[in-house]
Design a protein around this ligand. Structure first.
Ligand code: PEP
Ligand code: MN
Length: 336
């Protein structure tokens, strides 16, 4: 960290800042310049909390050299992490995985039919929400307990591991009994109590990017889980909110190679929520894989026109089978 003093800062103010840094347990190295003095902070291992420094008299600016996240950074942990979800390996060196299924579990016939179809088409995981984070309270909120029971049934019938969302810390233990991969939705990316609770377990977590989250905020959210002791985190880009309204969100594909530079954690892409439009899902799914995504999350419904949530962005069973056949060809090109 570098503390830039104002050009009118007095010697006493500089000494006061030096003392404050030392009181925090670090070394302070004043660097006198032509116009002003800067004070280098030394001896820190990673990010320094600047709360007690930045408002001290004479301080003009605090410049951070270290990132606010450490455990999830590639600088701290150079080898890429591979996350194992019931034998399905997600990460560098492995064929990108496909998680597919309805936005929400709506009933036994719907989830079993979808599970068997996506399995036959080559999916690796079955997705389906039981606890749904809906924007409005007048819409379908998910089957909750009954949804979890149906997911367990679909798992038994299809053999596919389950990814499903958990919305609150109190539900983590319960949802973990059914889920093989716990999803944290975009709306809960900064539910810090939830992240802390997930950090206490070892169940793999699929952390979706908040709709207005910067990469630094996204990785800081992952840091909450890692710092609690759970290293099994997979990141998921699902589109961000921009001025554009023609698509539901704007798919920020450049984060795929960027996250692979900044972090050792695997990164997946959800082209369904990113676009909101069925016809855009296959091209964006393929683009994500070319960009280096280590998996995709796709919504699929046997009758999208009757879906209780996210029908317009859900692929039909046939549409998904076609996408899978394209992905298989693409994977050969990508070396998998
Ligand atoms: C979902 O996966 O169904 C979902 C609600 O996604 P997001 O949190 O990205 O909106
Ligand atoms: Mn959805």
């Amino acid at each position: 960290m570098l503390i830039v003093m104002s050009y009118i800062a007095t010697q006493a103010e500089i000494e006061n800042v030096v003392k404050a840094v030392q009181d925090m347990g670090y070394r302070a190295e004043p660097i006198p310049g032509g116009e002003r003095t800067a004070i280098g902070v030394l001896g820190n291992e990673g990010y320094v909390d600047d709360t007690v420094i930045r408002d001290l008299p004479g301080v003009q600016e605090v410049i951070h050299v270290s990132k606010p996240y450490k455990l999830c950074s590639r600088a701290f942990h150079p080898p890429s992490s591979v996350i194992d979800v019931c034998g399905v390996k997600i990460g560098e060196g492995y064929r990108p995985i496909v998680a597919a299924g309805p936005c929400a579990v709506e009933g036994e016939e719907q989830i079993i039919k979808t599970a068997l179809a996506v399995k036959a088409a080559g999916a690796d995981l079955l997705r389906g929400g039981a606890f749904k984070p809906r924007t409005g309270p007048h819409t379908f909120q998910g089957l909750r307990e009954e949804g979890l029971r149906l997911l367990a049934l679909a798992r038994a019938e299809s053999g596919l591991p389950i990814v499903t969302e958990v919305m609150s810390p109190e539900h983590v233990e319960h949802v973990s009994q059914c889920a093989d991969l716990l999803q944290v939705g975009a709306r809960n990316m900064q539910n810090f109590d939830l992240l802390k609770e997930l950090g206490r377990g070892r169940k793999p977590v699929l952390l979706k990017r908040g709709m207005s989250a910067t990469i630094e905020e996204f990785l800081s959210a992952a840091e909450y889980i890692l710092i609690g002791g759970n290293p099994n985190v997979i990141l998921c880009e699902r589109g961000i909110r921009t001025f554009e309204t023609a698509t539901r969100n704007t798919l920020d594909l450049s984060v795929v190679p960027l996250i692979r530079e900044l972090s050792h954690l695997p990164i997946m892409v959800d082209p369904s929520h990113a676009t909101g439009k069925r016809s855009l899902v296959p091209p964006m799914a393929k683009a994500a894989l070319v960009a280096g995504a280590q998996g995709i999350l796709v919504e699929v419904h046997p009758e999208p026109e009757k879906a209780l949530s996210d029908g317009p962005q859900s692929l039909t069973l046939q549409g998904f089978a076609t996408l899978m056949s394209d992905i298989n060809k693409l994977n050969v090109f990508l070396g998998f």
